[in-house]
Design a protein around this ligand. Structure first.
Ligand code: NCD
Length: 300
């Protein structure tokens, strides 16, 4: 990869994406066979927001490559609680680790951190901004199930605050993908994201009803309403539960449709869907390890 830091999906060219996904496929075929690749390498995990998948799969990926991780732990148990700035925290931890993975509630935090350190910084989610490594594993899963060209994908849910959507939509502009954005009016893509997508040559088709597009889709990417980003809880309640996928919803879908979700889900996909052929979200989460192995292998 050409870039020292990975901050936004906008940095990823088609060539970068294909190189990471090809390497990830090699790691997925035999994850245990690479434990000498990065012995002695230490990855710093700095998670200022909750995480299960992203943090644990980075941890597993680094260890599968023979390296190890050091973890700042929760904000409550770190010096952040004493008022330490992000800049100071990362300047200290760069002395302990060979690369840093950062998740933070503020948009722009990873970019800011990258300006203070010399080791590579990977953005593991910055507020409602970007989440480029999630995108790489999403693309890996899409490629396995539907292919990345001639793809028709519905992206549904919280398109305003959902950082996984902002990154995925941008990365898909590298491919010949028809993107259909389905959300309540109040949770449409932010102006800036729409502008960037159009600038990258994409058409932005927006819908409020899934039925308008469902039968055309190869992939339906469902997202959680990002409750923690709503300035007003009433506003959240007015849209919560508006889009829910159950077995009945999928009756009119293409039989080959893959239903994806970055997880965690709350109630967007009912558990009855889990047993259907369409359900791809757990497999998607599992690909986080080989994809992050591939990314670390390129960056380190
Ligand atoms: C997502 C995130 O943190 O943005 N989770 C993840 O990394 N798999 C999605 C979400 O929290 O809804």
């Amino acid at each position: 990869m050409r870039h020292e830091h990975l901050i936004s999906a906008k940095q990823l060219s088609r060539g970068d994406i294909e190189a990471v996904l090809d390497r990830a496929a090699e790691f997925a075929a035999d994850p245990g066979a690479h434990s000498d690749s990065h012995a002695e390498t230490l990855l710093g995990l700095l998670f200022f927001e909750p995480s299960t998948r992203t943090k644990m799969s980075f941890d597993a990926a680094m260890k599968r490559l023979g390296g190890d991780t050091i973890d700042m732990g929760s904000v409550d148990s770190s010096s952040v609680k004493k008022g330490e700035s992000l800049a100071d925290t990362v300047r200290v931890i760069e002395g302990y680790a060979d690369a840093l993975v950062l998740r933070h509630p503020s948009e722009g935090a990873a970019k800011l951190a990258s300006e203070f350190v010399d080791v590579p910084v990977v953005n593991a989610g910055d507020g409602a901004g970007h989440h480029p490594t999630q995108t790489l594993l999403d693309l890996y899963t899409i490629r396995e199930h539907a292919g990345l060209d001639d793809l028709t994908i519905g992206i549904m849910g919280d398109l305003k605050y959902g950082r996984t959507v902002h990154s995925l939509a941008h990365a898909l502009t590298n491919f010949d993908a028809d993107q259909r954005f389905v959300s309540p009016e109040s949770l449409r893509l932010p102006q800036g994201v729409r502008y960037d997508l159009r600038n990258a040559g994409a058409e932005v088709h927006e819908h409020t009803a899934l039925e308008e597009v469902l039968d055309e889709l190869d992939v339906l990417y469902v997202t959680r309403i990002q409750r923690e980003r709503f300035p007003d809880e009433n506003e959240y309640r007015s849209v919560a539960g508006e889009y829910r996928i159950d077995a009945a919803t999928l009756e009119s879908a293409n039989p080959e449709l893959s239903v994806m979700h970055p997880l965690p889900r709350v109630d967007e996909i009912t558990p009855e869907v889990d047993a259907m052929e369409h359900a791809t979200y757990f497999e998607q989460a599992h690909s986080g390890v080989p994809v992050r192995m591939a990314l670390l292998d390129y960056m380190l």
